[in-house]
Design a protein around this ligand. Structure first.
Ligand SMILES: [Fe+2]
Length: 233
């Protein structure tokens, strides 16, 4: 996975790749965590400047190159020589959720997963309206596209403090949900279809305090509908 763009992966492959950590040792650079699993920063599915002007290359450089990378690095440090050392990313998230003494591991693991999912929820020249079965599912679940977009936007804008807005499929129906900090629908056994990161690091360089403008631009211009549709099942 580390050699492959996520954009070239199907949803099933993404989930598998995101959940299953890479075997010990980057190619040509054996891990010092002998016998353990080394989590890796997945390659961005597009260039850092590909989402401009909605999200600047500078934001991407910090968000992906600093924040996402730090979560990966922290996770490797925190899990080294622990019971989590040989677990996949998804297993770590589920095993540490709701355990205050494991909050550091959970937060970093969930943030690694959430960010990988977020990059794939966006694409250059995305947005507009979905087609086919995803549009049919949206109309069936929300009434029409505009109602869906308003609900998604509202969840993202009203999430108090840091967190995420999600489009999920739950019980055969599409729903909007939001989570705080590193929390993810995964821990409830719910698979997301799309997400929007509303931590300030996602938009502050470009939009300062105007989170609603960032959310509107992401929904209108960057949503990767095909990524969501691949996973409708
Ligand atoms: Fe983020």
């Amino acid at each position: 996975m580390n050699e492959k763009h996520l954009s070239g992966l199907s949803r099933r492959e993404f989930l598998s790749a995101a959940a299953v950590t890479v075997a010990a040792g980057v190619i040509g650079a054996p891990s010092i965590l002998h016998g353990a699993v080394k989590h890796e920063l997945p390659k961005l599915p597009y260039a850092e400047n590909a989402l401009e002007p909605v999200i600047s290359a500078k934001t991407m450089s910090f968000h992906y190159g600093k924040h996402h990378k730090a979560y990966v690095d922290n996770l490797n440090k925190l899990t080294a020589n622990t019971e989590y050392a040989d677990m996949s990313l998804e297993r770590i998230i589920k095993a540490t959720a709701g355990k205050p003494d494991k909050a550091g591991i959970f937060n970093n693991a969930a943030q690694v997963w959430n960010h990988s999912f977020y990059w794939n929820s966006l694409k250059p020249k995305g947005g507009g309206k979905p087609k086919g079965k995803l549009m049919a599912a949206i109309e069936s679940s929300f009434g029409n596209f505009d109602k869906f977009a308003a609900e998604f936007s509202n969840a993202a804008v009203t999430q108090f403090g840091s967190g995420w807005a999600w489009l999920v499929k739950d019980d055969g129906k599409l729903k909007i949900t939001k989570t705080s900090n590193a929390e993810t629908p995964l821990i409830q056994g719910i698979m997301p279809l799309l997400t929007i990161d509303v931590w300030e690091h996602a938009y502050y360089l470009d939009y300062q305090n105007r989170r609603p403008d960032y959310v509107a631009a992401v929904i209108n211009k960057l949503m990767n509908w095909s990524f969501a549709e691949d996973h409708l099942g």
